[in-house]
Write a protein that binds this ligand. Structure first.
Ligand code: ADP
Ligand code: ZN
Length: 754
């Protein structure tokens, strides 16, 4: 432990090992001036050389000197994450109970470059020569040169003098000069040659609004007021949260754009997050037409090379505004001045597979660390966000109750599916909906049909009275287990016998829900033979650019129908859409998840907002078995406030978020007995240690009980002090080493508990 030595804590980038902690390495004197937090280095590890990331620098190590090895080499000449991002990394790792190593991964350049760089980089960048004129030098010596004899050189200068840098090949071609003339100008230091990365063009072809550039928008008083509050935080350089609760079409995007201008004026940058890739093209074209070319897009549907190049561009501060999906929160934006989350209520903001983080909360944390405003916008805010906006002092609610462009109000009609005679009428496309579609198509208008994909077939609904049996303790619908003929609550494990009769009215006319989107498509095909009928769901849009193709077919002139899942609910701003049909959303209301009322409210409001956006009048037809439920009534009255109050009251009664935080712990494995054994032992440990302020539900079979041969059981912790209970849970999980064969998932603040 020599006094002059400095040490670094290094995270090693290997997956297969259970090494979720940093290792100490010595910083050799010749590297000491270049070592910072966030640097990528090569270190000896076991008998190999591995890549690692520096997370701490210190004067002393607890290890003996001879046990410590030297850092071999610095791989990247700048830090890939700064100390602020490191603070964020630590927070994500602690709050979401995830290995730090997996969190760091999000912050690295895409493509696993550093891991590979020891052998060969996977992403090849192209470099080209760019030429610029050195104006001072030229002015200095221009009179001393006989330009007549050097006319070819003069041509080059005349070309360069009016512009900025030019690609070498282009310069030679455009001026008809030779490479030797260039070389002699370079010798005289009149021009400079710089190697630069050649940039690919990622522009989107999809431009929905052709006259975008023509219109000049003057913000209305609501928009001005919102902008003014946000600008106040921008000018003061403070962390402050804003929730813009603006009805669909209230012009939230124009507030975002105006706020970005303020940020750019302060020589800072802005990040705009959106939940879906499909929303990016429209946002991008609006931002670009207002703010110019320093706007870029970043999302996971770009290929690796594109993403890597774009990441580098962001790192090199080439852009002022970055628009992207959730992963762009991890890009190395320098001097970030504001974060915006559009459609903040959207569950896609939750990463649901690897590290389960909520982008909203990560964004808020980053805003807090960087002292910058975080702006969230939605027509139907998340209940938790809305509640926080009311309660927290550094959170301002900005309401916009009117549409930006005057348009006639939507006409919303409901079809009570209980009253449909199934022998005479199709319950998927009822007579009323069919007639409405036909009328609109005859007028060359467009129709959107919405059907949620997450249809779940094994819950029951009474065809006579419309009731969905629910567990009395959790107020969540039971699932029907046909093998045991029981209704089971997947939340707390309670069971009830079930003999195929409705527990409320006794009717045996029981319906197992589940009409698929493809069935609806073929039904429409049969009835509207000559109309283009397009489908948009995640099965189709995995292909790159496919949703742009689908949309451009849909928007081409004439009548057409677009059927889709939640993807069609969001953002589409298409003039000719005059009818939105909701096939049925009861299957969602029946799902055993306390979020479902909120989701249904949000989805139907969003999808309804697609109709009648411009001059034409819009109408909405909602087919449901439960027109008298309070969610439906609030939807029909478009009364978010009343919906929010009712939902809040019922959550308070059952102590669901925002009155608690949930942690869902799922253990899964191929052998059911081992899964049960592990979950029971874990449950015992948790119940022993986490007592105050928490209740622990389960262990119960997860609602999706068997997936891909894996049996799943879960425990839900309802906590009133999440930081505290997560700390204890982390300790329990560290000593509880029984998951050799079983897998464990920790989901903090789950957006689905299915
Ligand atoms: P939101 O995102 O709130 O649903 P948008 O931002 O898409 O709404 O705005 C809806 C439409 O209203 C857009 O076409 C937009 O250009 C237009 N708009 C926004 N603000 C104004 C304004 N102040 N005056 C006129 N039109 C506006
Ligand atoms: Zn229950």
């Amino acid at each position: 432990m020599g006094r002059n030595n400095k040490y670094a804590e290094v995270y090693i980038d290997i997956k297969a090992f259970d090494i979720d902690h940093a290792f100490d390495y010595r910083i050799p004197p010749d590297l000491s001036s270049d070592i910072d937090i966030g640097r990528i280095v090569q270190v000896p590890f076991k008998n190999r050389i591995e890549v690692g990331y520096i997370v701490k620098i210190k004067d002393e190590s607890e290890l003996k000197d001879r046990e410590i090895k030297d850092i071999l080499k610095i791989v990247e000449n700048r830090p890939v994450f700064d100390p602020e991002r490191l603070e964020l990394i630590n927070w994500i790792s602690e709050y979401y109970i995830q290995p730090l190593g997996s969190v760091i991964k999000f912050f690295l350049p895409p493509g696993g470059k550093y891991k590979q760089s020891i052998t060969s980089p996977r992403v090849q960048l192209k470099f080209k020569d760019f030429i610029t004129l050195n104006r001072n030098r030229y002015n200095e010596i221009k009179d001393k040169i006989n330009w007549k004899r050097n006319s070819s050189q003069k041509k080059i200068i005349d070309y360069l003098i009016s512009g900025c840098e030019v690609l070498k090949e282009k310069l030679v071609k455009d001026t008809g000069s030779s490479y030797s003339s260039l070389a002699s100008l370079a010798d005289k230091n009149i021009i400079s040659v710089v190697k630069k990365r050649q940039r690919r063009d990622f522009r989107y072809e999809y431009r929905p609004d052709k006259d975008l550039k023509k219109k000049k928008i003057i913000l209305n008083s609501y928009q001005k007021n919102a902008l003014c509050s946000i600008d106040n935080a921008i000018q003061k350089n403070i962390f402050h949260k804003f929730l813009i609760e603006g009805v669909t079409g209230s012009g939230k995007t124009d507030i975002y754009i105006a706020a970005c201008r303020k940020v750019i004026e302060k020589k800072k940058r802005a990040l705009i997050l959106t939940p879906e890739i499909s929303l990016i093209p429209q946002l991008f074209s609006r931002f670009e037409s207002e703010l110019g070319s320093r706007v870029c897009v970043y999302h996971s549907n770009m290929n690796e090379a594109e993403r890597y190049e774009r990441w580098l561009g962001i790192w090199e501060n080439e852009f002022d505004v970055i628009i992207g999906t959730r992963s762009s929160i991890f890009t190395p934006i320098g001097n970030l001045g504001m974060i915006i989350l559009d459609e903040e209520h959207d569950p896609s903001y939750k990463e649901g597979t690897r590290v389960r983080y909520n982008t909203q909360d990560v964004a808020i944390k980053l805003g807090e660390i960087l002292n910058i405003p975080v702006v969230m916008g939605s027509a139907t805010p998340n209940i938790v966000t809305r509640y926080r906006a009311e309660k927290e002092n550094d959170f301002t609610l900005l309401k916009i109750p009117v549409k930006a462009q005057s348009s006639s109000p939507l006409e919303t009609q409901v079809v009570d599916l209980k009253k449909i005679d199934r022998l005479k009428e199709d319950t998927a496309i009822t007579a009323k909906l069919f007639t409405a579609i036909r009328e609109e198509l005859e007028k060359n208008n467009k129709v959107i049909i919405f059907l949620n994909r997450r249809g779940y077939s094994n819950f029951v609904i009474c065809n006579k009275c419309g009731s969905v049996p629910k567990c009395s303790a959790c107020d969540l619908s039971y699932n029907y287990h046909s093998d045991r003929r029981k209704l089971v609550c997947h939340h707390c494990g309670r069971e009830q016998n079930y003999a195929g009769r409705c527990p409320v009215c006794g009717a045996d006319n029981i319906f197992l829900c589940g009409t698929g989107i493809q069935r609806v498509q073929s039904k429409l095909h049969m009835r509207f033979k000559n109309t283009p009928i397009l489908r948009m769901d995640s099965d189709i849009t995995v292909k790159k650019k496919s949703h742009q193709e689908i949309l451009s077919k849909f928007i081409s002139p004439g009548g057409s129908i677009l059927i889709g899942t939640q993807m069609v609910a969001k953002g589409l701003d298409i003039e000719d859409v005059t009818l939105v049909g909701v096939i049925n959303c009861d299957s969602m209301l029946g799902l055993p998840d306390y979020h479902m009322n909120e989701r249904v409210y949000q989805l139907i409001t969003q999808v309804s907002g697609r109709a009648g956006r411009k001059r034409k009048k819009g109408r909405v037809i909602i087919q449901t078995y439960n027109p008298e439920s309070s969610v439906m009534k609030n939807i029909l009255a478009s009364d978010y406030e009343s919906f929010y109050r009712q939902e809040l009251a019922s959550r308070k009664e059952l102590c669901y978020p925002p009155f608690s935080n949930l942690v869902n712990i799922i253990i899964s494995g191929k052998e059911e007995n081992k899964v049960k054994k592990d979950i029971k032992e874990l449950f015992a440990e948790i119940s022993k240690d986490i007592r105050t302020g928490s209740s622990i539900l389960g262990p119960a079979p997860a609602p999706f009980y068997k997936i891909n041969l894996f049996y799943r059981w879960h425990i839900i912790i309802k906590s009133k002090n999440i930081e505290y209970s997560n700390k204890i849970l982390t300790k329990i999980l560290k000593r509880f080493k029984k998951f050799d064969e079983n897998k464990i998932i920790i989901d903090v603040d789950p957006v689905w508990i299915l």
